[in-house]
Design a protein around this ligand. Sequence first.
Ligand code: AMP
Length: 421
Amino acid sequence: MAVKKYQTHHGMHDLLPDEIATWQKLESIIHDVADRHHFKEIRTPILEPTELIARGIGQLTDIVSKEMFSFERGEDQYVLRPEGTAPVARAYVQHSLHQRGGSQKLFYIGPFFRAERPQKGRQRQFHQFGAELIGSPDPMADIEIISFMMDIYNEIGLTDTSLKLNSVGNPESRKQYKEALQDYFRPHLNEMSEISQNRFETNPMRILDSKEKEDQPIIENAPKIADYLTPESQAHFDKVQRYLDQLGIPYELDSRLVRGLDYYTETAFELISDQIGSQDALGGGGRYDLLIEEVGGPSTPAVGFACGIERLLLAAEAANLQLGTSAPLDVYIVTRGEKAREWALNNLSTFRSKRLRTTMNFDGKSMKAQMKDADRNAARYCVIVGDDELETDRFTLRDMSSSEEQPYTFEDLIHTVANSK
Ligand code: AMP
């Protein structure tokens, strides 16, 4: 009976060795840019309490209402984290990071999970990098977050993006705006999509997010939040725009940008690429002055962003950007006979201690097959070893790009290869 072959779940992917160099390069760029901006890495658990995520993101969001991977164990309810901000907010409160004085500048990279319908640029396990600046209400903090995000894309060379900007105001602006939206949508409700009808009572701002065709002409003429901002919110938003202008960071105002999550206040932004298909948001973020209190901490203003790594890589591919290449193998030891194999096993470390990437054949194949294997692994050199070589201390070094072969004593050979890097 044939044994069943297992596959990853739909929307969850293995990262195979050929892709890893790209991921590692991207991660090292993120670490590098973070270092220059003085953001410190934080790593939180993959599993969080379900209640934290429900409170932190909002019961009415798609994420909480239908996209969570959650389970119970004993008394505890776990959820695979769907995003990074609520976990970082929890860590901030749990470890009383506010007592350390000043703002905290934190960043993270890692896997996240949402039970969405998979398609291009949308997976059930995906990866994000993101940052949070917690403790400052100043629009300058918004700018520090946006410029950190933009610098990562600039460093990669992904400049063909557009930054959309809006303000969702403070709770007072939003209250008035929500009422104005409801007054506007009410007479049109019958013509609108079911999703929008459902959002009408609970979260009318999210109707602006609708992708449904029948909603578009109605949304087109909906009131704009810009007309409902309180003077404080307007002043905050004006400063954000002025600072962006001063820094030469281009942006477009987008009054429909409301973002899916409930804890956002004031500045909202999204980074878009028109090169990656319908899932065109590379990342987004904004201010969330209400979240820390919502998850049990002191009232603390904060601003952050989160970006998808898979979508960034799709955009990099579309722009023909090569992010990383795997480092070449320096030495492949080709052996003839069992004694030579044992010698190779004992001497791998001699090469490796000189920081040379070195391997040998582990399946006892013929010399021809070993040479082929060396070629396949793009080795720079082969060292050819048999009984004669061991007796006479004359090893053949084959330069794989020129196919030239030269005899060396072992000591000279190591020296030559180590100096050729
Ligand atoms: P969000 O937390 O929904 O604001 O998402 C921030 C970014 O993460 C998005 O702009 C995407 O780039 C990425 N992202 C969100 N959900 C997914 C998903 N299911 N698959 C791949 N990337 C995602």
